[in-house]
Each structure stands twice: as C-alpha cells, then as structure tokens.
Design a protein around this ligand. Sequence first.
Ligand SMILES: Cc1cc2nc3c(=O)[nH]c(=O)nc-3n(C[C@H](O)[C@H](O)[C@H](O)COP(=O)(O)OP(=O)(O)OC[C@H]3O[C@@H](n4cnc5c(N)ncnc54)[C@H](O)[C@@H]3O)c2cc1C
Length: 512
Amino acid sequence: MPGDIEKVGVLIIGAGPTGLGAATRVNQHGHKDWLIIDQADDAGGLACTDTTPEGFLFDMGGHVIFSHYQYFDELIDAAVGSGPDFWNTLERVSYVWIKDRWVAYPFQNNVSALPKEDQIKCLIGLADAKVANAVAQTKPKNFDEWIERVMGAGIADMFMRPYNFKVWAVPPKKMQCEWLGERVATVDITRAISNVINNKEDAGWGPNAVFRFPLEGGTGAIWKGVAKLLPKENQRYGPKNQVTGIDKDAQVVTLQDGKKIQYDALISTLPLDIMMTWLGQKKQADVLTHSSSHIIGIGIRGQCPHGLKCWLYFPEDDCPFYRTTVFSHYAKKNCPADDVKMRTVCLGDGSETPDSKEESGPYWSLMFEVSESYCKPVNRESGKFAGGTWDGLVKETIQGALNTKLISGSDQIVSIYHRRLEHGYPTPSVERDGVLVDALPFLRQYNIWSRGRFGSYKYEVGNQDHSLMLGVECADNVLFGAKELTLNHPNIVNAKKNMELLYSKTFHASHN
Ligand SMILES: Cc1cc2nc3c(=O)[nH]c(=O)nc-3n(C[C@H](O)[C@H](O)[C@H](O)COP(=O)(O)OP(=O)(O)OC[C@H]3O[C@@H](n4cnc5c(N)ncnc54)[C@H](O)[C@@H]3O)c2cc1C
C-alpha cells in the first residue's frame, strides 16, 4: 500500500562483487529475510561489461583476475562453469611504451631495452637508492618518497612518477605508501644489472604468469552468473531502486521512486563519501578522495598486429591513457564474428569515411583507460559525434593510439565506445586512514556496514576477489559477529601463502 514501509532483515545496497558476496553468504547460511537492490539494470557494478551497437564488448577497464581466495575461485566456477569450455587461459604479456619503444614489464628489470644513457641513469639511481636505504633511519613519508627510495631517481623520473600521476590523477606526494604491500614490484638490483649486461628481456611474473578470462560475455558474465545463483525474488534492479537517502535513526532508506525500506542491518557498497555526506559528516567525506575513470574502446577491422600482448602501460604525454588492453586477445567473442558486415566510422588518423560500405571482418579491439580528478582535468565534453568524427577525449585517445603505434593511420575503426565512471579509483591519500578509523565505527552504531571498493575505500583490497570477500566476511560479521580479515588485515590477505593457510573455508564446503 502507498505510504507503507517495507521491512527486511538484511538490506544490501549494490549488486557489484561486494554486494553479491554478501548476498551469496547470507543465502548460503539459509537466511530468507534479505534483499539486494541496485540502481543499475543488471548485476556487476564496476565489474560489468558493455556491448556497443556494433557488437564489441568492453569491460570497465582491464579486469584481470588475481585471486587470493579459494572461495572466490569456486564461486566464479559455479557461476560461469569450470575449465576450458568456459574460460580462456592467457599468459600475462605486458609492456611499457616509452622512448618510442616497448620495454617489457616490470620496467625495473628491463632497462636494458632503453637507450644507453637512460640505462646508466636507471642503474646509478638503483645503486644510490640501495645505499641510501641501507642507512635510512625513517620510513618513507609518502608514495613519492617510497618510489625514490626503492627505485632510485632514474626510474622514478622516467617511469614511476609520470606513470603514477597518469593512473591516480594525483601527485604521488599526496599518497601514502602503506597500501603498497605486494602491489608494486620492488627491485632486485643484481637482477637489474645482470639483465643489462646480458641484454636480456625479463618479464618476471613468477608463479602468477597466467590469468583466466570468460570465453563469453566479458568480466560482466562472471557477476551476472553469480547473481543467477541467487533467488530472483531477493534481487531488484533498475533506476527506481536507487537509494536517495537514509534515516539512520529509524533505519530506513528512501528509494528514487519514493518507496521506503526499513532494515535491521544495512550492508552498503555505495561510495562511503556519499554515505557520510548523507549522514551529515561532510568534513570526513571531503577527505576521502577518488579519481574518475574514462573507458574508451575502439573496434577495428583487420588482423590484430599485437601478437600475445595483453595490457600496456603509457607513462609519457604522447597519449592521454595510462593503460591499454588488447581486449580482442582476451576472448574471440569480445568482437563480432568475422562475417558480420559493418561500415567504417573513421580511419586511424581520424579522417572521416562518409562513403564507406558495409564490409566483413575479422575484427580486433583496444580498450583505453584515462583518469580524471580535481588536479588532472580532462575534456569531459568528449564522445559527441561532430560531422562523422569524435571530439574531445575520444579524439585525443585515437590520436594517442596513433602516436604510440597501437594503430596505423589507415586502420578502419568500425566501433567507438566511451563511458565515464565517476568513482573509478579510491585514492590511498595520506589522510585516508585517519577518516576510515572513525567513519566505519560511526556507521556501525546505526547498524550500517559500509564495505567494498568504495564502501570501505581501501584500494589495497579493492579488486574483485577482495570485494567479493569483503561482502562474504561482512555477512558473517552481521550474522555471527565473525572477524573480517580482508577489511582489517589487507597485508595478510594479500600474502597469498598466508591466505591458503588461514582461509580454508570454501564456497562448496560451507554450502553443505
Ligand atoms: C578502471 C578499473 C580497473 C579495474 N581493474 C581490475 C582488475 O584488473 N582486477 C580486479 O579484480 N578488479 C579490478 N577493478 C576493480 C573491480 O571493478 C572492483 O573490485 C569491484 O567492481 C568492486 O565491487 P563493489 O561491489 O565493491 O563496488 P561496485 O562494483 O562499484 O558496485 C557498487 C554497486 O552499487 C550500486 N550503487 C551505487 N550507488 C547506489 C545507490 N545510491 N543506490 C543503489 N545502488 C547503488 C552501483 O550501481 C554498483 O552496481 C577495476 C576497477 C576499475 C574502475
């Protein structure tokens, strides 16, 4: 009846990996009184996949699975299927485009590919850093200091500083370094020197040299599959389910269509800065900073010229993007079938093709990521068709792809995609932890558990596997008061060996 307030035991806002993890776990424990709502038309959140009108698939940036949890592995197998009928297994092949050449990643092990004078700068920097670090009495105060301490001035100035500014859209000086853990490969100076002397390429991925990707439907297929494992009647999607406000004392959320839902426990995966603003904590909200992500995709007619390359890094200013994924390489079905006919939208040099005819493939695709923030603005008006070619950021991206030899001037571009994500990367700023230590307990007083990439704002546990487990462990905390390992101990969960010992509970085992 209009005006009635619906009541639910556990309300989950957001059907991204975190919300779906919480829902999976609550459901697994046999609870019936729960509901998950999302403003989007489908499950997936930032881990969704879009399809262009021409039939090219694009994820929201390069989503590579690097799992720290058996629970995650088993759940995604249950959702997608298991083995080579459902997954592609890819070797991680990654390069940095710098000084007009490809340098294998990690950069610090492959300076032998640089011009001689740059090799010298990098190696002298590494040696100086090694000596300085050995006698240092204090820890680095921020990410910028960490970079110089670990990598030395040569690699810092050539690659790490410009690259990280392009990714995070804030200067590394504004970022803390506690979040790093396993994230940035540190340097083995002996290896770096011997690689230069032996002129050896050293991709150095160690035991994690492969990753898997769904054969069909992109990364989004994983999360749609997870949602399918859950009862339909407990899930609601679409804009009318957008939460527009919360009465924390009455424990009631208001939705976009005016409907109200009262909860006993609220698991929220919407951005913490928005939640804190709603609850009158604007000062704290303003300290939590984020960057936005632009995802630009192009579909191209012809054979892909990039061999086994997966993703590529771009530290220099000859292109707006920091990373490009050769998305067609991840799965054949990320592109339309070869016999599908379509017109050319424009050429690689940006020139218009008004007389182009419908022609067949084969096709390949590139997916670019560009960051944006208050200290790194981009041309937001981008993406509008103007007389056949694209303007603004899309145009700059295509020009950047040409500058960096990803495409050639005569390549036939048949599909163009652009989407801006307001919340892309949660910035691990110097001030972040000071806010989190107060904000999360503040919300708990009102039976709100804020979790997820932006719900708990910890980038170091902000990948898909972490997010899923933030949700799973949160559900266990809501129902039984269990400790939350991923939220509270990122360094432990990110040490894979520790996880194998500590997290023996599995999706199937606890299903029984
Ligand atoms: C550019 C980029 C690259 C990435 N690369 C990788 C990678 O290589 N590997 C990897 O594992 N992970 C990667 N990730 C991270 C991955 O996308 C996240 O781990 C994951 O999506 C976070 O899940 P979440 O549920 O916490 O949040 P989200 O995915 O953001 O989901 C939150 C959900 O809440 C909904 N919502 C928000 N506000 C409201 C509201 N007011 N009312 C109702 N619903 C609302 C949203 O619609 C959304 O569905 C990447 C992310 C980005 C942006």
